[in-house]
Design a protein around this ligand. Structure first.
Ligand SMILES: Cc1cc2nc3c(=O)[nH]c(=O)nc-3n(C[C@H](O)[C@H](O)[C@H](O)COP(=O)(O)O)c2cc1C
Length: 351
């Protein structure tokens, strides 16, 4: 029923408006719902929180799906995310200082390619405001809160030392305020000053060495770029292995604009930022498979192009321990979360 309503009525209506506008409206609606417990009960009745039990790196998850970084970048929605079936989320990416982001529009829907072009530029309120907000949010106990940390998107942080100090500031502040169940260090943002400057082995080594000065014992993951050949990708994994980092999120947006199925959806003058959804799927699955084979110790959060139950199965079969998603929820509606939760329970949880 909800599937039908979303596909036939809500989605065609929402897709009449710009994705930036719809996103803002949804965040506002979410905030209103959090303040209205009876409405939240209805939402829970329709969708329902996850009810599985799995443990990854010592953290108990009530389901296998997390909301990926970038949707709730200002940490306003955790209770609602739980109501509709997410077991957790990555807040952010959060930066040490507030970022205004790129001038709008920041998002474009590529409907036939099942993708969103993202040109956000790490817009977020900055770590201090986000910590304060998270302390005040009524986050349900089983909901797992990951904090995605990126470097502030300004010219100063194009300098390596400044950038490292910036990452460490956010990480340290979350540690001091006891915020976050795990951390993900985003080294693959397509829209930041200086580009992917920590997706190089020597710079990555320097970054991890500095992060280690914070005495946190919470799991730490790295969000990986997906447009690297395995030879380069595995060099980054070798560095993570040296430091016994818990694992990786594979991965971030696709920056190869030739990979969209329907080239006419985007003019070459519009190539900027990165692509979510379907264009990420194959690259992400291949890298997950190789990482699982060559670095079996590492936890893998599989992310990129999980649009339906079958896509989720492919991620798990490739080697993912958990999955993260955004685009699937937008293109196919929140009921897809319930379908994946059910499949996971039936297929992967021992009876
Ligand atoms: C609107 C939007 C904003 C995003 N912002 C971030 C971000 O701030 N940090 C990050 O690590 N990834 C960001 N991403 C990438 C997603 O976390 C994810 O890696 C990517 O969308 C692939 O997953 P999907 O196909 O399920 O959407 C963003 C994606 C979208 C769609």
């Amino acid at each position: 029923m909800m599937k039908f309503l979303y596909q036939k009525i809500l989605k065609p209506f929402l897709f009449l408006f710009s994705p930036d506008l719809v996103h803002t409206a949804f965040v506002k609606l979410g905030i209103c719902l959090i303040a209205a417990p009876p409405l939240r009960s209805i939402l829970r009745l329709i969708y329902g929180p996850p009810t599985t039990s799995l443990v990854v790196d010592g953290i108990h998850y009530s389901g296998p799906i997390l909301l990926s970084a970038g949707f709730d970048y200002n940490a306003q929605l955790a209770p609602i995310l739980w109501d509709i079936g997410f077991a957790g989320q990555e807040v952010g990416s959060v930066t040490a200082q507030k970022c205004l982001g790129n001038p709008p529009p920041n998002l474009k829907r590529l409907i036939r390619s099942q993708s969103i072009q993202v040109f956000k530029g790490l817009k977020n309120d900055g770590v201090e405001i986000i910590i304060k907000r998270l302390k005040e949010l009524p986050i349900p106990k089983p909901f797992v809160l990951g904090i995605s940390i990126a470097k502030t998107n300004n010219e100063a942080c194009a300098d390596e030392n400044e950038a490292i100090a910036d990452y460490v500031t956010s990480y340290r502040r979350c540690f001091e305020e006891k915020i976050g169940d795990f951390f993900t260090i985003n080294i693959s943002c397509p829209n930041a000053f200086g580009g992917e400057d920590f997706a190089r082995p020597d710079a990555l080594r320097k970054l991890i060495t500095s992060l280690k000065s914070v005495p946190s014992d919470k799991p730490i993951y790295f969000k990986m770029p997906i447009n690297r050949p395995w030879a380069e990708f595995s060099q980054l994994l070798n560095v993570l292995e040296e430091f016994k980092v818990h694992g990786v999120v594979i991965g971030n947006l696709n920056k190869d604009y030739q990979s969209i199925d329907f080239q006419d959806e985007l003019k070459s003058t519009e190539f900027r930022g990165g692509l979510s959804g379907k264009p990420c799927q194959k690259l992400s699955n291949e890298l997950i498979g190789l990482t699982k084979k060559h670095f079996p110790r590492m936890t893998i959060m599989g992310c990129g192009g999980v649009l339906n139950v079958q896509d989720a199965i492919e991620k798990f079969e490739a080697g993912a321990d958990l999955i993260q998603m955004i685009s699937g929820m937008i293109f196919n509606g929140p009921h897809v979360l319930g379908e994946i939760n059910k499949m996971y329970q039936e297929r992967y949880v021992p009876k």
